[in-house]
Design a protein around this ligand. Structure first.
Ligand SMILES: Cc1cc2nc3c(=O)[nH]c(=O)nc-3n(C[C@H](O)[C@H](O)[C@H](O)COP(=O)(O)OP(=O)(O)OC[C@H]3O[C@@H](n4cnc5c(N)ncnc54)[C@H](O)[C@@H]3O)c2cc1C
Length: 506
């Protein structure tokens, strides 16, 4: 790496703000690409991955678009749009290749602590939804990324795939499901902590917990000065660096605003909180072995798609249903109720108002979700698990998502449900906004960031060779190259201890 200069002549080459999966991924990538790079990481909490990346705060789905119906919208002409599904499936293959590299090179250990095979299924009822699922199945299985997917409308078959969901269901109801056996459940919290455990042992890397980044200021030479507060001692310090990654999850927007870069102007955030029902009855937990995603109710946001999920958290099998969406003005689970009001600035007022006006039904939906009684929540669960008993379930708080609001020339402002890398033109700072598809695509997102902020380095022979070594499919399309997909899937499934494609292909 060409060593960039910062005005103090001291300080690390890189500062990562936040110890979630995004900073962990970027830190490990950079250290592999450029072993002599120096990195300081600041995290306001006392442990890594305690916000969205923690296993209990997200759904742990290795998003591959096998079962998430919102990634394949139906177009007005009745056809199914598959481009987003293909891109998400490709991104997850990239993540798996990188994780396999980390395991093979002893950078992290024990894949079963963070990833395992779990069938991904979609389940729908009613004529219209069955028709949609059938078309989706036909459209997706045209692409080799989705080969091996099964489809059935036969209740007996479905009973075998998802007994809890079929037991006690109205026999006259038309139902259908798809099943993909190479789906995964991922403990992103564990993975993140493994990556930080490796990073902090490396020369030139320092990880500071209980340190909150309060301010960022661009220096005359385009490097950055950060003001950081040690929350345990109350001491403040200044840190100088030539590159900053704002990987602060829900805290990223506030820091991007403080950086004052023109590229960050006009962004706002819309917080959506979540809750799960967690099963406490081991007999029930044992009867379900899949992630079963349904169809979001008409008018509800994509992230509220209900799913009944087998999870493996800290070596224990769990069963979760949700998420139930909600509204809170906090941007982080351990954030402040002032997060939303204080994020509103002159620069983003118009986009925020325009997005607010356009999304009144969403706000109403979220407020209704907050007002749900335990009986309402049980009724929603019983749509998926008809014999559910309230005494077998308890309510858990999920992580906080901050959806991106951005300027839009036509509407003034729009609300987006994806993630967005916002970077300065000179590549000296980048922030990650948004939450979906999230942790599963962390590696692809960080590769995008490297392409924007380390333009010269990424095109160098050294970085290109290393990237190919870490991600054998780097630079190629797995959606187009079936042979390569087969090879990388076979390799990653072997290293990560996952079900092999050959075992499930018909
Ligand atoms: C309910 C829910 C379900 C989800 N389900 C899935 C799923 O099934 N699959 C999937 O792939 N993704 C899922 N996601 C998305 C995924 O969890 C996130 O995309 C991912 O964890 C974001 O990682 P991050 O590193 O950006 O943020 P985080 O993990 O939130 O980390 C940010 C860190 O920055 C710290 N921080 C904030 N401000 C400061 C500051 N000023 N100074 C220092 N530190 C700071 C925070 O304390 C935190 O530790 C889900 C998210 C939610 C909320």
């Amino acid at each position: 790496m060409m060593k960039r200069k910062n005005s103090s002549g001291t300080g690390p080459d890189v500062v990562l703000i936040g110890a979630g999966i995004m900073s962990a991924t970027l830190g490990v990538l950079l250290k592999e690409l450029q072993p002599d790079i120096t990195i300081e990481i600041f995290e306001r909490l006392d442990v890594a991955a305690a916000e969205s990346s923690d296993a209990w705060n997200n759904a742990g789905t290795g998003h591959s678009a096998f079962c998430e119906l919102n990634y394949t919208p139906e177009l007005p002409d009745g056809s199914i749009e598959t481009s987003k599904a293909v891109s998400i499936a490709e991104s997850f293959e990239i993540s798996k290749q990188f994780w396999a590299y980390l395991i093979e090179n002893n950078l992290i250990e024990i894949p079963e602590s963070f990833i395992r095979s779990t069938s991904h299924m979609s389940f729908v009822w009613g004529e219209k939804n069955v028709d949609f699922l059938n078309k989706r199945y036909a459209a997706l299985t045209n692409c080799h990324l989705f080969k091996g997917m099964e489809y059935s409308e036969n209740p007996e078959q479905l009973e075998d795939w998802m007994p809890l969901i079929m037991d006690g269901r109205d026999k006259s109801q038309k139902v259908a499901a798809t099943r993909m056996d190479i789906g995964t459940d991922v403990n992103f919290g564990e993975l993140t902590r493994c990556m930080f455990n490796h990073l902090k042992e490396m020369d030139g890397v320092t990880l500071h917990f209980n340190h909150e980044v309060r301010k960022l200021k661009r220096q005359p030479d385009n490097s950055w000065r950060l003001k950081v507060k040690d929350l345990s001692s109350g001491n403040k310090r200044k840190v100088y660096t030539s590159f900053v990654f704002i990987g602060a999850g829900g805290g990223s927007l506030a820091l991007l605003e403080k950086s004052d870069i023109p590229e960050g102007k006009g962004y706002g955030g819309f917080p959506v909180s979540g809750q799960w029902l967690k099963c406490t009855n081991p007999d029930v937990i044992q009867q379900h072995q899949a992630k079963v995603y349904g169809k979001a109710a008409v008018g509800s946001p994509p992230m509220s798609v209900p799913h009944l999920d087998t999870r493996m958290i800290n070596g224990k099998r769990e069963l979760l249903f949700g998420p139930y969406a909600g509204f809170s003005t906090k941007f982080l689970k351990k954030g402040s109720y002032f997060d939303l009001p204080s994020s509103i600035k002159i620069g983003n007022l118009r986009p925020m108002m325009a997005a607010g006006i356009k999304n009144i039904p969403l706000t109403k939906y979220l407020i209704n979700q907050v007002r749900q009684s335990p009986e309402d929540r049980l009724a929603a669960l019983r749509e998926y698990y008809p014999n559910a008993r309230s005494e077998d379930w308890e309510l858990e708080k999920a992580g906080q998502r901050v959806q991106v609001i951005k300027k839009d020339p036509k509407h003034g402002g729009v609300l987006e449900f994806g993630t967005e890398v916002v970077s300065a033109a000179d590549g000296s700072i980048a922030a990650l906004l948004g939450a979906s598809p999230g942790a599963s695509t962390a590696v692809s997102i960080m590769l995008t960031l490297l392409g924007r902020c380390f333009k010269d380095e990424i095109n160098s022979k050294e970085w290109q060779t290393k990237l190919k070594q870490m991600i054998p499919s780097y630079g190629e399309s797995l959606g187009e190259n079936g042979q390569l997909l087969e090879e990388v899937r076979e390799h990653t499934s072997e290293v990560l201890g996952l079900k092999n494609m050959k075992q499930v292909q018909k």
